[in-house]
Design a protein around this ligand. Sequence first.
Ligand SMILES: *Cc1c(COP(=O)(O)O)cnc(C)c1O
Length: 403
Amino acid sequence: MTDRPKDALRPATQLVQGGRRPEWTGDPRLGGGIVNPPVWRASTILYDNVADLKARGHATHDRLFYGRRGTPTVWALADALTGLEPGAEGTLLYPSGVAAISAGLLALLAPGDHLLMVDSVYEPTRAFCDGMLARYGVTTSYYDPCIGAGIADLIRPETRLIFLESPGSLTFEVQDIPAITAIARERDIVTMLDNTWATPLLFPAMRHGVDVTMMSLTKYVGGHSDAMMGSLTATRAPWPRLRQAAYQLGQSVSPDECALMLRGLRTLDVRLQRHGENGLAVARWLAEQSQVGRVLHPALPDDPGHALWRRDFAGASGLFGFTLKGADDATRAQFVDALAHFGIGYSWGGFESLAVPCDPAGLRTATEWSDPDPLVRLSIGLEDPADLIDDLSRGFAAMEGAI
Ligand SMILES: *Cc1c(COP(=O)(O)O)cnc(C)c1O
């Protein structure tokens, strides 16, 4: 394919070439050369003889052993994701984003350990920390997403992991990730980032000092709202513990889903660019409407996270929020219900636009979300943004009783 070292490929090229090793894309005895890694479905693998069976019991990544350990379709997706984070040792795949987060935290923490968790984290991550991790003797403290280097004051002798998510779920605060990872490295504390919003294309996490980067592939990588999966990509030090835990927990993904994810991955760069442009066009329009309190989008110059976003991110994706000035729950519902081009539903990152009402106030413990205006989260899809803007105008009219 190329004589450049794989790490030197630029991301858009890596998206096209990643995971397409000749031994995974066709049997050379048949001529080889299938463009996409085929769907290799397997549970049982047949061995030539007993010696072969015994030898392959110790195989790891690229010898077929048993279906749960993956087949070339699975390895191709993992390999392509690893290639997007230069410096990464490898990638593990999980049946959902939440499964990736919980398996990663279980792998890296033990009873008596302390975890620092960002207060604007995705709600199911908080539920796992306060539920299962607490029962297993891990203590979680939540920290202000805007804490930056102030994280140093919260570190205890038993702090083993700092979890980051930037921008934050629902409220979109941008974290000073390089400041936090620099402190964590000095103290030998592992950092894990939920990078679902940006993906490595907009935020190359390992270049900013992150040890373990997580994605819900369900969102932008899949991109078509028809498949679920999660990933952890790790540097060398945490990699063996993560892999061993994934094996012991029996984490396994279907090759059919991996083929869908690989298909999404090939077009991730162009889709993300369009999601970002469309999102910004809608966000800028919203910022000028009298019915809007504020728009929570880090690419807008007056957003509190804008300076950090500009410094660290290569662009914005299409997910952001805005508040309805002086509205209540019922008028917010009128607004959302009146939209024709936005589906009402969870998840995001697909080609179709979505709108959901969100209430972050009850999901905080270290900080306070005190904005009284109700919040709506938009996932901006690949439609023409002018149609989306017309639709949002209709929503405002419905809210005011005009239609
Ligand atoms: C959706 C989401 C997840 C969980 O992903 P699933 O694939 O739905 O389990 C994790 N983090 C963030 C930020 C998300 O939005």
